[in-house]
Design a protein around this ligand. Structure first.
Ligand code: PGA
Length: 258
C-alpha cells in the first residue's frame, strides 16, 4: 500500500514514576522484535528517559522526549537541549503538542526553531498540528492545520527536513474518547502531504510519515491505519498500558503487511 514504514508512538505525558515507566517499557519491548515492519517509539517523562533507555537497550524501540528547547546550552533554567536529549539516547522528540501550545505558550515560530535544532542533532521531530472544535465547526480545519505546517517548516528545505514526522491531532479528539472519522483524518492527512509537496517537493512529501492522534485505541486503530495517508499513530491514554498499546502496534504491523 505504502512504502512508508508505519510508526506507532506512545506519548506518556505527565504519567508514571521511574519504576512504572520501566515496567511499561519492558512490556512494550517484548512485542517489538528486531525486524518488525512497524517502528515503535515511547515518550516517557524527562526523569524517566535514562532508566527507560536502560530498559530498552538492545531493542528496536525508539526513545522520545516530550519537549525540547532549541539552544544547546546556556542560561535557560529548566530547559533541555537537543544535545542533551541525544546524550541520553533519544531518537525522537515530540514538538508542538496542543497541550504545550495551550498551557505553555508554544508557538509555530518556536516549533520551527525546535524542529530545526533537533534535525541538526539527527533527532526526529514528531511535529504536532491540529484544530480546535470551534475551528472545525467554523470550517477552518485545513486553514489552521496547513498554516501550522507551513509556519513550522518555513525556511527549512526538504533536505534539512528529511526525517520529519507530522502528527495530526484534532484537539477535540485528544483525551476525549472522540476520534476523527477515518475518512476525515485521511482528508486532512492528504491535504498536509499535498501542501508539503507544493512547498518542499513532492518526492520528499511522499516519504513523510503523517501520524494520527486523538483517542486512538485498539478498537479504532485498524480503521484509521487503513487510510492511505495515515502512516501511524501518536497514542496518549492507550499507550499507558501495554495491553492496550500492543494491539495498536499490531495494527501498525498489519498496515505494513497489507
Ligand atoms: P489521547 O492523546 O490518545 O489520550 O487522545 C493523544 C495525544 O495527546 O498525543
Amino acid at each position: 500500500m505504502s512504502t512508508r514504514t508505519p510508526l506507532i508512538a506512545g506519548n506518556w505525558k505527565l504519567h508514571n514514576t521511574v519504576a512504572e515507566s520501566q515496567a511499561l517499557a519492558g512490556g512494550v519491548r517484548k512485542r517489538v522484535r528486531d525486524g518488525l515492519p512497524c517502528q515503535v517509539v515511547v515518550a516517557p517523562v524527562a526523569t524517566s528517559l535514562v532508566p527507560v533507555r536502560e530498559t530498552l537497550a538492545g531493542s528496536a524501540v525508539g526513545l522520545a522526549a516530550q519537549n525540547v528547547y532549541w539552544e544547546d546550552s546556556g542560561a535557560f533554567t529548566g530547559e533541555l537541549s537537543p544535545a542533551l536529549l541525544l546524550d541520553v539516547g533519544c531518537t525522537h522528540c515530540i514538538i508542538g503538542h496542543s497541550e504545550r501550545r495551550q498551557y505553555f505558550g508554544e508557538t509555530d515560530a518556536g516549533v520551527r526553531k525546535k524542529a530545526s535544532a533537533l534535525l541538526v542533532h539527527k533527532i526526529v521531530p514528531i511535529m504536532c498540528v491540529g484544530e480546535s472544535l470551534e475551528q472545525r465547526e467554523a470550517g477552518k480545519t485545513l486553514d489552521v492545520v496547513l498554516g501550522q505546517v507551513e509556519a513550522a517548516t518555513e525556511g527549512l528545505d526538504a533536505v534539512a527536513l528529511a526525517p520529519l514526522v507530522v502528527a495530526y491531532e484534532p484537539i477535540w479528539a485528544i483525551g476525549t474518547g472522540r476520534t476523527a472519522k477515518a475518512e476525515d483524518a485521511q482528508e486532512v492527512h492528504r491535504a498536509i502531504r499535498d501542501h508539503l509537496g507544493a512547498l518542499k517537493g513532492e518526492s520528499w512529501a511522499d516519504t513523510v510519515r503523517i501520524l494520527y492522534g486523538g483517542s486512538v485505541k485498539p478498537s479504532n486503530a485498524d480503521e484509521l491505519l487503513a487510510e492511505p495517508d495515515v502512516d501511524g499513530a501518536l497514542v496518549g491514554g492507550a499507550s499507558l498500558s501495554a495491553d492496550n498499546f500492543i494491539p495498536i502496534i499490531d495494527a501498525g504491523v498489519r498496515r505494513a503487511e497489507s
